[in-house]
Design a protein around this ligand. Sequence first.
Ligand code: PLP
Length: 487
Amino acid sequence: MEQRVHEETLDPQDWQALRDLGHRMLDEMLDYLEQVRERPVWQPAPQAVRRQFKQPLPLEPQAPEQIYEQFKNTVLAYPMGNIHPRFWGWVMGTGTPMGMLAEMLAAGANPNLGGGDHAAAWMESQVLDWCKAMMGFPLEAGGLLVSGGSMANLVGLTVARNTKAGFDIRTAGLENAPKPLRMYGSVEMHSSIQKAVELLGLGSQALRQIPVDEHYQIDVKALETAIARDRRAGYQPICVIGNAGTVNTGAFDDLQSLADICQQEDLWFHVDGAFGALSVLSPQLEALVAGMQRADSLAFDMHKWMYLPFEIGCALVRREEDQRRAFSLTPDYLSHATRGLAAGKTWFSDYGVQLSRGFRALKAWMSIKENGIHKYGRLIQQNVDQAHYLASEVDDHPELERLAPAPLNIVCFRYTVPEKDDEALNALNQELLLRLHESGIAAPSYTTLNGKYALRAAITNHRSRREDFDLLVEYVVRIGRELAPAF
Ligand SMILES: *Cc1c(COP(=O)(O)O)cnc(C)c1O
């Protein structure tokens, strides 16, 4: 008789015990979200908490209850704060309770979205079709859910480079380019664009940074001049990058003009709409993105202004075959099986960098159905109205000064004292922001505009209310007054 071998599994030995713990986790996380407003936005952590993450590699099992307790005492007790109603740093997302549940279900089902003929793949195609509909792209366009705006920009610019290079760059490589390739965008472009250009082997000097006007929009004349100058000098212009919502001030480039130039000059038109592209969902804001639907590729995030939990972004490419040609290593996609599990029209691994891919589509699919697109439009408009409210509070206050136009959801301002110069005000406002963060009251971030250090509130937060901005102004003025004599 065969001897019984001892075989292990990672499933629990006691399903009931794990079920009880799981239910407790769910209840406590929902409480945590429900009560987020009552806690500080952020707080500095004691050394003892940091030391918990300097422990040796565990070789033997620990009790699930204790592991969970450690998570609560560290991660939940000392959060980044971006789920809080008064977090307005960088351009961050808040997440939602339904998004959290979707992430749990996605991990439980755990399909691999590299490809294959299964329902999760059809769901990702469905979400991509909805994204195309939202953004005014044709249904035949290509697309991919990715980790975020950075990856979506990389995907778009890779397709741009490969399509417009004019030779088989995948085989020959950049070293065989007849002419050096050039891309163009404004000085207000996001750093992820430069990263992408560097990763593509073009070098950052291939990315021409065109000046902006007083509205922080690209100077279209200067762009045309730069393209013409480069052509004369023997370079090959291939792509213009338009901003739909810059990270500093929320500015929109004149996308119609950029689309016209690309058409005339036979250039690829890529739009970085990480958060600004979502303005298309609000009837009052829609005009800002006019021309975006003419892009050859569009990058946008769903973890910023659609409030989904990290990570999820989307890249759309007007001509699906351009995207496939840039990434597919099975050139004739019909060679995927026509029957069985390995069938399926779209293998997502043919459209981007990753082979194995997570089930990002589920949280998007559930959330879009849960809320309907009109609600996202209203929330985006609500954030813009809040930014205008904050801007007018700043404008009305003699001790506050606005440092940039606020066309969208970003307000840049500082505390000011009449007789002090920029150097003193920069130092004062830097200290002010640190104290504001340490107070746990609110978390805007910062930027520098024309040499002036600015407090910067970027509002992509479905939990914020007007009273939260009153509190921000109250504390900025209070801390500013306390600090003023020392600077
Ligand atoms: C946030 C942002 C990015 C990068 O997106 P990630 O999701 O952080 O990778 C790119 N462009 C703009 C304008 C952004 O605001």
